[in-house]
Design a protein around this ligand. Structure first.
Ligand code: CA
Length: 356
């Protein structure tokens, strides 16, 4: 009896003293987030910072995310591989940077003459896009999420006027993703460079022209000092989605509430970045024109029409490469066809009405 009492008491004691300790002790997941952006770069880099901060705050420190700029831990274009292999638990970049190893990924960042930011989000969240993206990345041990959008980008910085397609002949221009392929078919030479290398490459003449993002980011890089003309619209990137990628093993190791926090923090940043771009591009464009006297130019309709035709061919060819690409293209294209009809009578009609 005595022994049983002792065990009972000892057991109760352990429970009593152990319970509060168990409730307050938390498993802390220390995560590294590698990015394709220069550290703290406005919009893109700060978007990655926001994502890390939100995850840490929302989880009350149960996940602590430390952000690494491009080259700090791995070079910009090795983010995908680093997270896939588990060198870092998380990454922030854009899906078209991985076209060398996964061509179909480009559908989840930007398609020339494709979807705007609103439309991308519609397709991803409610049009089946997100499921296809997860499926595509599963083979790489990655969980993807939309985590930022730049809105419609600018056409780029040139040192000569673009009056016809001929002016693109032999032009060495930084342009990633499918837009680069279109440029190539139009006679140009596309180069893919990380953002941090654009200014010096353009200034030294290593490239003739470059696109980057829009007024806010282009002003920050000082691209106006290295080129004369600033062209619009960004036909090649109508609403580029930025991505967060999470190593699947690290994600699966989280309890359900933390998994939800990670994915919902991505959703917050996805919307927030677009709002920031809308607000800051306005003021930056004004600064570029009034303070730096940038020559703002619109691509001629004829040039855009031809680029549009080439784009359709390039995207269709990508779709025909394999079954996965075809499946993603079909979903993307079906959504696009429908949303174009809807936006003709909503956004487009309103934008026109506002100008009357
Ligand atoms: Ca761009």
């Amino acid at each position: 009896m005595k022994r049983r009492d002792f065990i009972k008491t000892a057991g109760a004691g352990t429970l009593l003293t152990g319970a509060p300790a168990l409730a307050t002790a938390k498993t802390v997941h220390k995560w590294k987030m590698v990015t394709t952006w220069p550290k703290n770069f406005p919009g893109l880099g700060t978007g990655a910072n926001n994502l890390a901060r939100l995850i840490t705050e929302m989880s009350d420190g149960r996940i602590r995310v430390k952000v690494y700029g491009a080259k700090e831990l791995v070079p910009a274009f090795e983010v995908f591989g680093a997270v896939s292999q588990g060198t870092a638990e998380m990454g922030h970049g854009a899906a078209y940077y991985w076209k060398g190893k996964l061509e179909a990924a480009q559908f989840f960042s930007a398609v020339p003459f494709g979807l705007t930011a609103d439309e991308m989000n519609g397709w991803l969240y409610y049009g089946g896009g997100m499921d296809l993206w997860r499926e595509l990345y599963a083979d790489f041990n990655l969980v993807p999420a939309a985590a930022g959008n730049t809105g419609v980008q600018m056409g780029g910085w040139f040192n000569k006027e673009i009056n016809s397609l001929k002016d693109l002949q032999g032009l060495k221009m930084r342009m990633p993703g499918l837009g680069g392929e279109v440029l190539k078919r139009a006679g140009g030479t596309p180069v893919n460079l990380p953002g941090g290398e654009l200014f010096t490459s353009l200034q030294s003449g290593a490239i003739d022209a470059t696109e980057w993002v829009g007024p806010y980011n282009d002003l920050a890089f000082g691209l106006y000092k290295a080129a004369k003309y600033y062209y619009y619209p960004g036909w090649h990137e109508p609403g580029t989605t930025l991505e967060a990628i999470v190593n699947k093993k690290a994600f699966d190791a989280l309890p359900k509430d933390l998994q939800s926090i990670v994915l919902n923090a991505c959703k917050v940043v996805n919307q927030d970045m677009l709002a920031e771009y809308t607000a800051r591009n306005n003021t930056a464009l004004h600064t570029l024109i009034t303070k730096h006297h940038v020559d703002l130019k619109q691509f001629p309709d004829e040039v855009l029409k031809k680029l549009r035709q080439i784009s359709d061919e390039v995207v269709l060819e990508l779709a025909q490469k394999n079954n996965t690409s075809k499946k993603i293209y079909d979903s993307f294209n079906r959504f696009r066809t429908q949303v174009v009809e809807w936006h003709k009578v909503s956004q487009q009609a309103f934008m026109r009405a506002r100008e009357l």
